[in-house]
Design a protein around this ligand. Structure first.
Ligand code: C2O
Ligand code: CU
Length: 576
């Protein structure tokens, strides 16, 4: 027991007492083999009922035994690097039919891929021929078109919950809609959760790429089943490059590698296990934590590297887990970019926390490590082994250029520029047994009328008042924003009469949070403030929690960017 609590403490530092108890209780019935394995027990112990009777919801299905990742030999598979998406000719631009744009066709289909040398091929759903899907590479200012083609089977292989909004039994079970996370696109190309396609259908979407160099990613966003579609494998990287970044001479080509990190649980046959609740007919669980970390599609891969600097684009593509990334030997890494582009200057870090959907663009320097090994870890868990090769004579000076001290200027948006501050609560609602049933933004359901309707090109402050026991990564489509601060408040006072009583000073963002973001960690007991200029397009977008289980269960809201002409007369500048 002591071992379990010790291993669990770090991972659950933001967890509530309720979940912690469920975890401890579940431990009684699950084998504990070490670090991640203790977390595995939580997979089937999300809810009190499930903890008391693990896997009850799976009684109809034959019992499936979990694969213990501790039994797998480490570092036997080379790290896969997703292929670059290749264009299939050109098509006219939707903006100007005389202009031809590169056209890509990306098919979603069922795949069988090995996650590890000693594990049988795993059924997954992928874009293209791999999970993650092919990396889309774009140049800033050069638009492209992608036709997303749904060639998936008609039945889902993961537990669809028809009681969730948008996933009712009268809807087709398999629905997909691709969204490029972080992209500034017209609303009709954003991948609205209700604009899904069924198997056999496809959709041509337009990406103008009128934004700075950054690491975006694409993933499924279908209403009520996003968590299952992404878990099945529907995600990939989308990189935008620009001239300003190129001039910095950062490691490029083979030395610029996306690392897409996520967690899964497999059964002994190598198949994905997604937990279910104890309630028949309503399999939804409120969070997923796997017992195995996967990087670019492999468990414990290795990568041979030259003794030089590399650029790694780290992306947390997990449903719900955050990663606390470190290098072995307490080696430093230098973060050069956050969600939506380069930081002002590199930030030296000994560890980097990434919540779901957050990106960290980092430089790792292997120059002095010839012939040695280095591990990328999340807490105690190995993710990836770097094997540093011996210097080739011809390579002697490659990559020796030092890291620029200044990357680009990121000017802070003055608070005075904001025309409106919105206080938006984040809350979890429990049933009588203390199970988390539903998560809401501003106490509103998806179906309720739009309440957030900023004016195009205006700047607002959004203050997320987190009333729940957990951190929630909050994401806004279309825009980029800056984190202003996080400030503790008195939850009891708030619950009594909705008064916001601060209990301490505002905490400024960390150095590596000073760049452009599209997803922000809203800590429990804090008001997290962001400042946003609503640039780009008018129309309907969404904002939501990026814990995919929450997003699927009401923690997502539509919002409208409206034109100044259609805006109601402002009579109260700073109304909440
Ligand atoms: Cu990463 Cu609304 O999405
Ligand atoms: Cu959430």
């Amino acid at each position: 027991m002591v071992l379990l609590l010790g291993a669990a403490t770090v991972v659950h530092m933001f967890k509530t007492r309720r979940q912690f108890l469920a975890l401890a209780r579940a431990a009684g019935s699950a084998a504990v083999a070490g670090g991640m394995a203790s977390r595995a027990s939580q997979v089937f112990g999300q809810q009190a009922g499930a903890a008391a009777a693990p896997m009850r919801g799976m009684e109809q299905a034959p019992q499936r035994q979990m694969l213990n990742p501790m039994t797998l030999t480490r570092f036997v598979d080379p790290l896969p690097i997703p292929a670059l998406a290749a264009s299939d000719g050109t098509r006219p631009s939707p903006k100007n039919r005389k202009v031809q744009l590169p056209y890509y066709r990306i098919e979603m289909s069922e795949l069988e891929v090995r996650l590890h040398r000693d594990v049988a091929p795993t059924r997954q759903w992928g874009y293209g021929a791999s999970v993650p899907g092919p990396t889309v590479e774009a140049r800033s200012g050069q638009g492209l078109l992608i036709e997303w083609v749904n060639k998936l089977p008609k039945k889902h292989f993961l537990p669809v919950d028809h009681t969730l909004h948008g996933a009712e039994a009268d809807k087709p079970e398999v629905r997909t809609v691709a969204h490029v996370h972080g992209a500034r696109v017209p609303p009709e190309s954003d991948g609205y959760p209700e604009s899904w396609q069924t198997p056999g259908q496809s959709r041509l979407l337009y990406y103008p790429n009128e934004q700075d160099a950054s690491t975006l990613w694409y993933h499924d966003h279908a209403m009520g089943i996003t968590r299952l579609n992404v878990f099945a494998g529907l995600f990939g990287a989308f990189i935008i490059r620009d001239a300003a970044e190129q001039a910095l001479n950062l490691p490029g080509g083979a030395f610029d590698i996306p690392l897409v990190i996520y967690d899964r649980t497999l059964d002994r046959e190598g198949q994905l296990l997604y937990p279910v609740s104890a309630t028949p007919g309503a399999p939804f669980v409120s969070e997923f934590y796997g017992n195995t970390i996967v990087c670019n599609g492999k468990i414990y891969p290795y990568l041979e590297v030259q003794p030089r600097r590399y650029r790694f684009r780290l992306l947390n593509a997990a449903n719900g887990r955050y990663f606390h990334l470190t290098l072995s030997g307490d080696r430093p890494l230098h973060q050069i970019g956050s969600d939506l582009g380069l930081l002002q200057a590199p930030v030296e870090l000994r560890s980097l926390v990434l919540f779901p959907a957050e990106r960290g663009d980092v430089i790792i320097d292997f120059t002095d490590l010839e012939g040695q090994q280095l591990h990328l870890r999340s807490d105690a868990d190995d993710i990836l082994q770097f094997r540093v090769l011996k210097k080739e004579p011809s390579e002697a000076t490659t990559g020796a250029a030092s890291l620029p001290t200044m990357l680009r200027s990121v000017s802070r948006i003055p608070e005075a520029q904001s025309v409106r501050e919105r206080f938006l609560t984040l809350s979890e609602h429990d049933d009588a047994a203390g199970n988390s049933m539903q998560m809401l933004l501003n106490e509103s359901h998806w179906d309720m009328p739009v309440t957030e309707n900023p004016v195009l090109d205006s700047t607002e402050i959004w203050s997320f008042v987190n009333l729940a026991g957990d951190a929630h990564p909050i994401h806004l489509h279309l825009v980029r924003f800056q984190v202003l601060d996080r400030r503790p408040f008195d939850l009891f006072a708030y619950n009594a009469d909705k008064s916001l009583v601060y209990t301490g000073p505002a905490v400024p963002p960390a150095l590596n949070e000073l760049g452009w973001k599209d997803t922000v960690r809203a800590d429990p007991g804090m008001v997290t403030r962001i400042i946003v200029k609503f640039e780009g397009y008018t129309g309907r977008y969404v904002w939501h929690c990026h814990l995919l289980e929450h997003e699927d269960n009401e923690m997502m809201r539509p919002y409208d960017v409206i034109s100044a002409a259609s805006a109601p007369r402002p009579n109260n500048k700073k109304q909440a």
